[in-house]
Design a protein around this ligand. Structure first.
Ligand SMILES: Nc1ncnc2c1ncn2[C@@H]1O[C@H](COP(=O)(O)OP(=O)(O)OP(=O)(O)O)[C@@H](O)[C@H]1O
Length: 270
């Protein structure tokens, strides 16, 4: 498998003096589905946000498909970001726009600035965006305003927006932290199934160890800005989990993804 992303010695110190990341080394290969676990404040969000430079790293290197991200100028950074989709905990949708328009925002990185400003999306982009919405069970919501949706539906729109980019990598920053267990299962299924089918690598930040084990092919444990575990889910024992969450054990059990309920209508999504 190709190496997509190679991080060496990544360190982030915030102005207040907090060392959020302390010399992280990480290689991500194409098609890997990696869960990043760790207690609140461990540095998970900072790690994901340094990869696409939503947060500026203090030192270290980030190589994404041969491009040095930490040194990239604005044009190169735009190119890198077009290949990295992002899913946010609080969805980051434009409330007053339709579901379809929000998904089409995933195409902006591929359009000229003028076409983007005037929302001149191609018919093909629109068809693909609608097909994505069908795939996640939002076929009846395509033309609704984003602020008319439930949290779980909004996050499925966020997933479609990231997929519309046709990225090489998706960064999902606590995508289920604001959702109930049933919606969490639907969202995690949508991320996992689409990434697997389309060969997209994914780094997903999660609090819950059981959810990480359920979906990931590899788990990374972060504690106090350092990587303290890196291995397959079956290698993550209770001992490792206790070590990662030491003193904050209750956080690793926060809401677990419910098994999907049998659905008499035959529709996958409620
Ligand atoms: N903009 C910021 N300015 C100053 N300190 C910050 C900033 N963002 C994060 N931090 C600090 O950096 C550390 C790591 O935070 P980060 O949000 O990356 O952790 P996390 O593991 O994602 O936590 P959570 O699960 O609660 O989101 C914490 O101590 C946090 O308070």
């Amino acid at each position: 498998m190709t190496i997509l992303l190679e991080i060496k010695g990544l360190t982030k110190k915030y102005n207040a003096g907090t060392v959020a990341l302390d010399g992280i080394d990480l290689q991500v290969k194409s098609k890997e589905f990696i869960a990043v676990i760790g207690p609140s404040g461990a540095g998970k969000s900072t790690l994901l946000r340094c990869i696409n430079r939503l947060v500026e790293p203090t030192s270290g290197s980030i190589d994404f498909l041969g491009q040095r991200v930490e040194k990239a100028n604005s044009r190169d950074l735009r190119h890198v970001r077009s290949q990295i989709g992002m899913i946010f905990q609080h969805y980051n949708l434009v409330s007053r726009l339709s579901v379809l328009e929000n998904v089409l925002h995933g195409r902006l990185g591929y359009m000229s600035s003028i076409a983007g400003v005037f929302n001149r999306y191609s018919e093909e982009d629109k068809k693909k965006a609608i097909a994505l919405l069908h795939k996640v069970g939002l076929e009846n919501e395509v033309y609704k305003r984003a602020d008319e949706l439930s949290g779980g539906q909004k996050q499925r729109v966020g997933v479609c927006r990231a997929l519309a980019q046709q990225p090489q990598l998706i960064l999902a920053d606590e995508p289920i932290a604001s959702l109930d267990p049933k919606s969490s299962a639907v969202v995690m299924d949508a991320i996992h199934r689409n990434c697997t089918e389309q060969g997209i690598a994914c780094l997903v930040n999660l609090h819950q160890v059981e959810v990480a084990k359920q979906y990931a092919s590899r788990i990374i444990g972060i504690k106090n800005g350092k990587m303290v575990f890196d291995g397959p889910p079956e290698a993550l024992t209770d001992y490792h989990a206790a070590l990662i969450y030491e003193g904050k054990e209750s956080q690793m059990y926060q809401q677990q993804v419910a098994e999907e309920q049998p659905n008499p209508t035959g529709r996958k999504y409620a």
